[in-house]
Design a protein around this ligand. Structure first.
Ligand SMILES: O=c1nc[nH]c2c1ncn2[C@H]1C[C@H](O)[C@@H](COP(=O)(O)OP(=O)(O)OP(=O)(O)O)O1
Ligand SMILES: [Mg+2]
Length: 202
C-alpha cells in the first residue's frame, strides 16, 4: 500500500493546495522540501507540458517512485500570452511574487478592464517507474485587476479577478480555489490515477 504521493515542487503555495486536495483522498503529500538533497531541474522546455514532464521524470528517476509535477503560469491576452511559461521568473531570477505582480501591473498600465482578460494554465505530468509519462492541462479564465486584493493563495492570485464569483482568486480559501482553479481542473483529468494510487503501490 502506498498512501503517499510525491510531488516534484518546491512551491509552498502549490504544496498547500495539493495537500488539501489529496488529504480528502487519504493520500499524504511529500515534496522536494522533504528531500535531504536539493535536486535542481532546469525548466528549459517550450511548453508547460514539456517542463512538467521534465520535472516529473528527473525526480522520478532519482527517487525511483511515481512522481507528479506541476508547471503552471499566467497567460495575459493583452501581452500576447506573456508571462506564460516564464511566469515564475517574470521580474527576474529571484522569483518574487511581489515583484512579478508589480511588473504585471506596470506592463498593463493604461489597458482598460475589457482588454485585461487572462487565464491561469496548469500542466500536470505523472511519471511512472515503468518509464510511462502522462500529461494533462487545466485552465481557469479571469481578468487582471488594477490593484492587489486578498491574502490567500500565492503568485498572481491577488491580481486575478473571477467575474463569475465577483472575487479575486486570493480571496478564496484553499477549498474554494480547489473547486475551480486551473490546478483543480487538471487534477480532475487524472481522477482514475488517484483511485489507483490510494489502492496500489504505483
Ligand atoms: O494557482 C496559482 N495562483 C497564482 N499564481 C500561480 C498559480 N499557479 C501558478 N502560478 C504562477 C506562480 C509562478 O509565478 C508560476 C509557476 O511557476 P512554476 O515553475 O510552475 O512553479 P515554481 O517555480 O514556483 O515551483 P516548482 O517549479 O518547484 O513547482 O505561475
Ligand atoms: Mg519552477
Amino acid at each position: 500500500m502506498n498512501k503517499e504521493i510525491f510531488i516534484a515542487t518546491r512551491n509552498k503555495g502549490k504544496i498547500a493546495e495539493f495537500k488539501a486536495f489529496f488529504q480528502q483522498k487519504g493520500l499524504t503529500v511529500k515534496s522536494l522540501l522533504d528531500l535531504p538533497e536539493e535536486i535542481d531541474v532546469v525548466e528549459d522546455g517550450n511548453t508547460f507540458e514539456d517542463n512538467a514532464m521534465k520535472k516529473a521524470e528527473t525526480i522520478g528517476k532519482r527517487i525511483g517512485k511515481a512522481v507528479l509535477a506541476d508547471d503552471s503560469g499566467l497567460e495575459v491576452d493583452a501581452l500576447n500570452g506573456k508571462p506564460g511559461i516564464f511566469s515564475a521568473r517574470y521580474a527576474g531570477e529571484a522569483k518574487s511574487d511581489e515583484a512579478n505582480n508589480k511588473k504585471l501591473l506596470t506592463e498593463l498600465s493604461g489597458v482598460p478592464d475589457k482588454d485585461r482578460t487572462a487565464r491561469f494554465v496548469c500542466a500536470l505530468a505523472i511519471y511512472f517507474p515503468t518509464g510511462k509519462v502522462k500529461t494533462v492541462r487545466g485552465t481557469c479564465d479571469g481578468i487582471i485587476s488594477q490593484t492587489l486584493e486578498g491574502d490567500h493563495g500565492f503568485g498572481y492570485d491577488p491580481l486575478f479577478y473571477l467575474p463569475q464569483l465577483d472575487k479575486m482568486m486570493a480571496e478564496l480559501t484553499k477549498e474554494e480555489k480547489n473547486k475551480l482553479s486551473h490546478r483543480a481542473n487538471a487534477l480532475v483529468k487524472l481522477a482514475d490515477y488517484w483511485e489507483e494510487w490510494s489502492k496500489e503501490n504505483i
